[in-house]
Design a protein around this ligand. Structure first.
Ligand SMILES: C[C@](O)(C(=O)O)[C@H](CC(=O)O)C(=O)O
Length: 305
């Protein structure tokens, strides 16, 4: 029976994607069920759950350390399970506390079906990596976060890709940042994430120095890092590229426009999105839901919708 075929787990799929030295894993940032569905419908093979998008969408608050483990884990679980053949890389901020708390975070992300998570070295009162005046924890504290993640992974049966992110470049410089990433890799981190890269030269050097460990590029629109295409990032040596703000910015701009049109014109003209409701429901899995219902012998949707 079709359902008995053992599918590779999301983390197995991701490990294979990342292991391809000639490829680059392209991950659009998504922040909720709809943005994830649209990305899946567009054909992306890996997704990224943005903490920033989670903060603005779930809390209506900025990315300044307000999302809790529960907010992030619930969002990640929802997104990761829409299509388990497409792995999810999820933001885990600082891990939300000391070593024990980081361990809980890793365990909960693993149980939620998340394929990879990233942990950073900002203080708990963190902020978006592309803002000014970030505060950092000591190297020892950061490494204890990574060690806690690695230890929890080996304690549980299962797997998760651990991505070490450092925010030190802004205030402590390139050498310190690279050193923290190298030490994280020595402890067991699988992927390196140098936040806030400023120049192409830094990008190239980081990929070269950290090789063969895969390095992730954070392509934030309007952020501090150089604008790179997928092809350019690949050429520089990156093996993963995330577009964290792609969906949240698009939604923000489109919603703003639609709200202003209705408020100003007292009307909602055709060009502001007249699609039948079923179009969006289809992208959100309507056909599969109907198929499942019919196969169960229910006749709820026999007459169509
Ligand atoms: C990657 C990131 O952590 C995120 O939350 O998506 C943010 C991106 C953003 O704020 O757009 C970051 O700190 O770089």
């Amino acid at each position: 029976m079709e359902n008995n075929i053992i599918q590779p787990s999301p983390v197995e799929i991701l490990r294979k994607q990342i292991a391809d030295e000639n490829g680059i894993v392209v991950c659009p940032g998504v922040y909720d069920g709809l943005s994830a569905r649209v990305a899946l419908h567009a054909g992306f093979k890996t997704l990224y759950m943005t903490g920033s998008g989670t903060a603005v969408s779930r809390l209506g608050m900025p990315d300044i350390g307000l999302t809790s483990l529960n907010d992030m884990k619930q969002n990640a679980e929802l997104i990761a399970n829409l299509d388990t053949s497409v792995p999810l890389i999820a933001d885990a901020d600082t891990g939300f506390g000391g070593a024990l708390m980081v361990g809980r975070t890793v365990a909960q992300y693993m149980r939620a079906g998340v394929a990879a998570l990233h942990l950073e070295d900002q203080v708990m009162n963190k902020r978006c990596g592309h803002l000014r005046n970030k505060e950092l924890v000591s190297e020892d504290e950061f490494l204890s976060r990574i060690r806690a993640a690695v230890n929890m992974r080996s304690q549980l049966s299962g797997d998760i890709v651990i991505i070490a992110r450092t925010d030190t470049l802004q205030s402590l410089g390139f050498e310190v940042a690279l050193d923290r990433l190298k030490k994280s890799i020595a402890i067991g981190a699988d992927v390196a994430f140098l936040e806030g890269i400023r120049t192409i030269e830094q990008a190239r050097t980081a990929c070269r120095e950290l090789h063969p460990t895969p390095v992730l590029y954070n392509m934030v629109q309007g952020g501090v890092s150089p604008h790179l295409t997928v092809a350019q990032a690949k050429e520089l040596g990156f093996r993963v590229i995330i577009y964290p703000a792609i969906a949240s910015r698009a939604a923000y701009m489109a919603i703003t426009k639609a709200m202003n049109v209705v408020r100003e014109k007292g009307d909602f003209p055709e060009d502001t999105g007249h699609i039948p409701p079923s179009e969006m429901y289809r992208v959100c899995g309507l056909d599969d839901a109907i198929k499942f219902d019919l196969a169960a012998g229910s006749n709820t949707y026999n007459g169509g919708i």
